[in-house]
Design a protein around this ligand. Structure first.
Ligand SMILES: [Zn+2]
Length: 333
């Protein structure tokens, strides 16, 4: 039996080529800012060392998004570093290290917040970041909550285009990349983004590949409680499920036990070990498999208010020690 299993695993590893890229999200790099959205400079350096020790290649975010847009495989060892909000500490503490390690990075900014201030960077500092492989991208004009602030489609599109116009005028950069403030979006907002030819970035976990949703790409939070290098290592090593479809596409739950239907193109994991962790609920839940490549998962308990995530993981067969990881966001208002 063991021999059969060994042959099966060996065969799977020979034939199953997994393409996986990961995107990290940071806010502050400082020990003087709120812990939940910060890493210390020491921790940030540890993360960069970890990336090197895992032999990952830090690529510009657009390298990953260009591949996904063109439906070409992402490279198995790509990782991108992103910072949201354009805080001062990115310039003061992260930039010297990023220059030292020669790593490209992206900063999502709100033009209305751009300095001079103690908290946010000004345009000269952003220009300095841009000189050192920094992509400066769109995080809306003033960090509006696109789901809860009640913007009309027109107001939202105007907001995104104005932020883009200002960034282009100040820094001569326009990448059509938008990080949703608070990681919040819904189906309607994604459709507006699609019309604008934009890529959208979320704040929930998961590796990405060419089957990922280009309007809500996952990013692994790497600050606060997620800064521990041990857990970060598992995330940097994580693999994206090869997704055929995820239903619903919207983030609005239709009930308090929302049903998620996932259809896969193929699979390279131990089906019996796929488990989903649901915000607000202690125990992981097993999904219901409706066919070889389709599973359903609905929370046993009523989901709490706010942003709720179903995080589903499963150990890879062909890549021992690595986990497939996907996350679905619900916004329960
Ligand atoms: Zn933000």
């Amino acid at each position: 039996m063991q021999k059969v299993l060994f042959v099966l695993v060996l065969t799977a590893s020979l034939f199953f080529k997994v393409n996986a890229a990961t995107i990290l999200i940071y806010h502050h790099v400082s020990d003087k800012t709120p812990k939940s959205t910060s890493v210390s400079t020491e921790q940030f350096k540890e993360h960069l060392e970890l990336i090197n020790s895992l032999k990952l290649i830090v690529v510009p975010l657009t390298t990953i998004t260009d591949a996904i847009k063109a439906n070409t495989p992402v490279d198995n060892n790509w990782v991108a570093i992103t910072f949201d909000d354009g805080y001062h500490s990115v310039y003061d503490n992260a930039l010297p290290l990023l220059i030292q390690y020669k790593f490209p990075f992206t900063v999502f900014v709100n033009p209305k917040m751009v300095g001079p201030s103690k908290l946010y960077l000004d345009w000269d500092q952003l220009a300095e970041l841009a000189k050192h492989q920094g992509i400066i991208a769109n995080h809306t004009m003033a960090h509006e909550n696109l789901v809860q602030d009640g913007l009309t489609d027109e107001q939202m599109i105007d907001n995104i285009l104005l932020a883009d116009k200002i960034i282009t005028e100040k820094l001569n950069q326009s990448h059509k990349l938008l990080a949703y403030p608070y990681g919040e979006y819904d189906h309607k907002i994604k459709q507006d983004l699609k019309k604008l030819g934009y890529v959208g970035f979320a704040q929930h976990s998961g590796a990405v590949n060419e089957t990922s949703d280009i309007l809500a790409l996952s990013r692994f939070p790497a600050n606060g409680i997620y800064a521990n290098p041990k857990t970060l290592k598992a995330k940097l090593n994580s693999l994206p499920f090869n997704i055929k479809s995820i239903t619903p596409s919207d983030t609005k739950p239709e009930s308090l036990n929302p049903l998620l239907q996932v259809s896969l193109l193929n699979k390279d994991f131990y089906q019996s070990q796929l488990a989903c962790f649901i915000s607000g609920s202690g125990k992981p839940q097993k999904p219901e498999w409706t066919s070889k490549l389709d599973f359903n998962i609905a929370s046993n308990n009523e989901i709490p208010k706010g942003r709720v995530k179903y995080n589903c993981t499963a150990p890879s067969i062909s890549h021992s020690g690595r986990f497939y990881w996907m996350s679905k966001l619900w916004i329960n208002l």
